[in-house]
Design a binder for this molecule. Structure first.
Ligand code: F1P
Length: 318
């Protein structure tokens, strides 16, 4: 078993740390959630979740919030910045947090490194340690930071969610033998809080296996991107119970066009039942399975995910 696979499978006991970590209140007229790479994808999901629970939030890449915040929020007074970074060292995120504080905004850091530079630029800290063997590719830490952020939005991951996540990873793994052969184009579809999860799952598989991946809101996929779909495509549909019927119709159409489909919470060539009802928690429950999918595709291509091409654990700008 590769180290990456082991970390994915062994992440669940660490979730307890995220469930129990002390958190400060995030009270503001608007919450700006920033991060880079995986951390930005999580920010997208979290912003949707805050909004769904009645609190205005936007997700902005760390570098964008640093360089042109006015393009995202004209009046920044009273905003609360939530900065996500596993390492706490990513240049753009740390600098954006520092600039936000200098502008008088409150900053909360969400991180797996208590003593990182980001923690030093924050008024509040949400911290949970990740699996010590986690490498460049963010797996356990992504789940943990999502979990912490969801708690800030008022949504608690219970032991039942952890169990469901474990079961989903096992179940998907048992089905992949029939799904992966011949597939080299991976499309992730999901709406609302599930869209950020799709972005993250897509990035994960791309980083791990150097594959062509895409992520779209479900109905957006028919507006052009569908032109790339063929019998080499594997679609991963993250169903939202509220829009299940139209998503099932879309899946039917994509299967007719040659795609194989994994349905999380709905129909597909493989259908994986998801019991949790809150959308962002559904995303959390699906995330380890999606991480494992990336690892399995990498293994099928003989790619070592411990040393992903062109990537480093921390991206620092000179
Ligand atoms: C985020 C990140 C990862 C990416 C790579 C470099 O870092 O950009 O998303 O996969 O490993 O780092 P962080 O700010 O969360 O530490």
């Amino acid at each position: 078993m590769s180290i990456t696979e082991r970390v994915i499978i062994e992440q669940f006991p660490f979730w307890q740390g995220g469930i129990e970590a002390p958190l400060a209140e995030v009270e503001a007229s608007i919450i700006v959630i920033i991060g880079c790479g995986t951390s930005f994808n999580l920010a997208m999901s979290l912003a949707a979740e805050f909004n769904s629970h009645g609190r205005r939030a936007i997700a902005v890449p760390g570098g964008e919030w640093l360089r042109r915040p006015e393009a995202y929020l004209p009046d920044r007074s009273g905003a609360h910045v939530v900065a996500l970074s596993r390492s706490g060292e990513t240049t753009e995120t740390v600098a954006a947090a520092a600039a936000s504080r200098a502008a008088g905004l409150t900053v909360t850091a969400v991180t797996c490194e208590r003593d990182g530079a980001l923690a030093g630029q924050a008024d509040h800290l949400a911290f949970a340690p990740t699996h010590p063997d986690e490498g460049i590719v963010m797996t356990s830490s992504a789940s943990l930071m999502l979990l912490l952020g969801l708690r800030m939005a008022g949504v608690s991951a219970t032991a039942a969610v952890t169990e469901e996540a474990q079961a989903l990873a096992r179940l998907l793994d048992s089905k992949l033998g029939q799904l992966l052969p011949g597939r080299n184009h991976f499309v992730y579809l999901g709406g609302g809080a599930l869209y950020g999860i799709c972005l993250e799952a897509s990035l994960k598989l791309q980083e791990m296996s150097q594959s062509f991946t895409q992520a779209y809101h479900p109905l957006e996929y028919r507006h052009g991107p569908v032109s790339l779909l063929d019998e080499r495509t594997l679609v991963i549909m993250l169903y939202d119970p509220a829009t299940f019927e139209e998503e099932a119709l879309l899946v039917e159409e994509l299967r007719e066009k040659g795609a194989r489909v994994i349905g999380f919470g709905g129909p597909g060539d493989v259908c994986l039942p998801v019991a949790v009802s809150d959308n962002a928690l559904r995303g959390l429950a699906c995330l380890p399975a999606l991480q494992l999918l990336g690892e399995r595709v990498a293994q099928a291509r003989n790619i070592d995910t411990v040393t992903p091409r062109h990537l480093t654990k921390v991206v620092k700008l000179a």
